[in-house]
Design a protein. Structure first.
Length: 204
């Protein structure tokens, strides 16, 4: 079935990455080390690695690798990858504006108006005789535990910022594994903090 295209919902043309459940997204594979993530992300742009806040004592130290597009004026990272010391890469977030487009069986997931994405998710489920899922915050998405839909406020519009995940460090579900940096309130990210004494430099 046909879904809205990038042009239909007013988003500039962008790279297209494939998603394989429990395997990875584009060139990124779950389980990668920080260095492997930096190397794989070179096709998109420059990567900056920093420490993540230790939100829960059960989780091992975690790093955040932010990938910025080359040749683009200072802007939010196109992709943010989260790497746990215990399990390696476990979460890949695609920015609603700068991120590559990732589709689920033809359903575009990145940068969508949340209401439009919900309508398409319902239509897809009805056409394919499958289910769709609502996240705890009420966002609709594919019936895949490895896809966690988040809202990102872009101007006055709440657009989709999907997280592609596997569980980490003994967590029961992907939702339980959510990095604290990805929690939002009414589509707004928490106030950012600047990590100190990180052993990871910017990598070009």
């Amino acid at each position: 079935m046909a879904f809205e295209t990038e042009a239909d919902f007013g988003v500039a043309e962008r790279d297209e990455w494939s998603y394989s459940p429990a395997v990875g997204v584009g060139p990124l594979r779950f389980g990668m080390t920080v260095n492997e993530v930096v190397e794989a992300a070179e096709i998109l742009g420059q990567t900056k690695v920093s420490d993540c806040a230790r939100g829960h004592a059960i989780f091992s130290p975690t790093w955040k690798a932010e990938v910025h597009r080359r040749g683009v004026a200072p802007s939010p990272p196109a992709v943010t990858a989260y790497v746990s010391q215990a399990v390696g890469l476990f979460c890949i977030a695609a920015d609603a504006v700068q991120g590559p487009q990732v589709a689920y069986d033809g359903l575009p997931l990145v940068g969508r108006d949340m209401a439009g994405l919900e309508s398409d998710a319902i239509a897809y489920a009805e056409a394919m005789n499958v289910h769709f899922r609502y996240m705890p915050e009420g966002y609709a998405g594919p019936d895949d535990p490895g896809v966690v839909m988040r809202g990102q406020l872009v101007g006055q519009v709440l657009r989709s910022r999907p997280l592609f995940m596997v569980t980490r460090d003994g967590a029961n579900t992907e939702w339980d594994s959510l990095p604290s940096e990805e929690y939002h309130v009414n589509g707004r990210p928490p106030r950012s903090t600047t990590p100190t004494d990180s052993p990871w430099p910017d990598v070009v």
